[in-house]
Design a protein around this ligand. Structure first.
Ligand SMILES: [Zn+2]
Length: 336
C-alpha cells in the first residue's frame, strides 16, 4: 500500500507526499466523518515517517521498518484508539502511558509515531496533551484523528497541521468497492451501493457485506409494490411493524423507499433507464406500472412527499406510530 494505491483524495495524497520530503511538522490531524478512510491515511503517513527510504508516494515497503510496520509489530508506532473495552481514552492512559512513553527513545526507526484518536478523549482532558504537542520530544510525531474538528480543543487545533478529506465521488467509491468485492457482487449492485454511500466509502463497504441491508432492500421493494392491493389491516399492522422494528435504521429504509419511488417516476415519465438507481429491478418496476395504469406522476410525487414528511417527523421525534401510519395511508391513497 502507498499513497499512489489509494483511490481518490488526490490533493490530500499530494500534500502528504510533499510533507514526507520536508522537515516534518510534528503534529498532524486528520478530520473526516467515519468511513472516509482516515486510518488508512494515518497508517500510510506513519509508515512513511518510520521508513528508512521513503518517497513521495509513501514507505518503500522493503526496509526493516516497513516490514515490521506491515506485520503490525513496529515498536516505534503506537496507537491509541480507545482504552480496552471502553469507548474513550482515559486520563490514566494519557498520564501514565502515553506521555511517559514519548520521553523514551525510539528503538528501530529514527522517529516515534503516535496515532491518537483525539475524538475519543474528552475535551477537558485534551489539555493534558498540550505540552507534548507544543514541544514534542525530539523525533516524536503525533498523528491525531477525529470525525469532526468541533471535538478538538481550539488550542490543539492551533498546534497541528490539519488534513481535511473531501467526500468521494460515486465513481471513486465504485472503484473502492470493486477492489473489495470478495462476494463477487454484480456491477449493478456495486453501482447501487456506491451511490447509496453518499460520498463515504466505509458506508458502501459495510452495506455490501450486510445481509440484513441487502434483504431489507428487497423487503422495502416488495412492500412498496404490494401497497395497491393492501387492505387497511395489512398496512396498519404488518407494514407498520416492518418500519417499527427498524427504527434504528429508519433513515436508510426511507432513503431506499425514496429511490424506488424516484425510479418508478422516471420509468413512468420515459422509456429511458438512464439515471435509474435500482437497475436490477427495472423489469419488476415496469410490470408494476403496467398493472397499475391509473398511477400518475402526480401520485408518485405525492407518495414521495409522504415519505419525506415521515422522515421529517422522525427527526422531529413526532410520535412514530402516528407518523408512520399517516405515510402508509397517504401512499395507499396515491397508489389506488
Ligand atoms: Zn521502508
Amino acid at each position: 500500500m502507498s499513497f499512489g494505491d489509494i483511490i481518490g483524495q488526490e490533493e490530500l495524497c499530494e500534500r502528504l507526499g510533499t510533507t514526507i520530503g520536508q522537515t516534518v511538522a510534528q503534529s498532524f490531524l486528520f478530520t473526516a466523518p467515519a468511513g472516509m478512510g482516515k486510518h488508512l491515511f494515518a497508517d500510510e503517513l506513519a509508515r512513511s515517517l518510520v521508513c528508512s527510504n521513503p518517497t513521495k508516494s509513501g514507505g518503500c515497503g522493503k526496509c526493516d521498518n516497513c516490514v515490521y510496520f506491515k506485520a503490525g509489530t513496529h515498536p516505534d508506532v503506537r496507537r491509541y484508539e480507545t482504552d480496552k473495552g471502553k469507548k474513550s481514552i482515559s486520563v490514566a492512559t494519557i498520564r501514565e502511558d502515553l506521555i511517559p512513553d514519548t520521553a523514551m527513545a525510539s528503538q528501530i526507526a529514527d522517529r516515534k509515531v503516535y496515532i491518537i484518536n483525539i475524538g475519543n478523549i474528552e475535551l477537558k482532558y485534551q489539555n493534558l496533551l498540550l505540552k507534548v504537542l507544543e514541544e514534542p520530544p525530539r523525533g516524536v510525531v503525533f498523528i491525531l484523528l477525529c470525525t469532526d474538528a468541533s471535538l478538538v480543543l481550539p488550542t490543539i487545533m492551533s498546534r497541528v497541521v490539519e488534513f481535511k478529506m473531501r467526500p468521494y465521488t460515486e465513481e471513486e467509491i465504485f472503484k473502492i468497492l470493486s477492489k473489495h468485492n470478495e462476494a463477487d457482487l454484480p456491477e449493478d449492485k456495486l453501482r447501487f451501493f456506491s451511490s447509496f454511500s453518499a460520498g463515504i466509502p466505509g458506508k458502501g463497504l459495510t452495506l455490501m457485506g450486510d445481509e440484513d441491508f441487502i434483504s431489507e432492500r428487497e423487503e422495502v421493494f416488495e412492500l412498496l409494490l404490494k401497497i395497491p392491493k393492501r387492505d387497511y389491516a395489512g398496512l396498519m399492522y404488518e407494514d407498520f411493524e416492518f418500519f417499527s422494528s427498524r427504527q434504528d435504521r429508519i433513515s436508510d429504509i426511507l432513503l431506499l423507499m425514496m429511490w424506488f419511488l424516484g425510479d418508478l417516476s422516471s420509468l413512468l415519465a420515459s422509456m429511458d433507464t438512464k439515471g435509474i438507481r435500482n437497475t436490477d429491478k427495472v423489469d419488476r418496476m415496469r410490470a408494476f406500472l403496467s398493472e397499475n395504469k391509473g398511477i400518475t406522476l402526480k401520485n408518485m410525487y405525492n407518495a414521495s412527499e409522504a415519505v419525506t414528511a415521515f422522515n421529517r417527523d422522525v427527526k422531529a421525534r413526532v410520535n412514530f406510530e402516528a407518523a408512520c401510519c399517516t405515510m402508509l395511508l397517504k401512499m395507499k391513497k396515491e397508489f389506488t
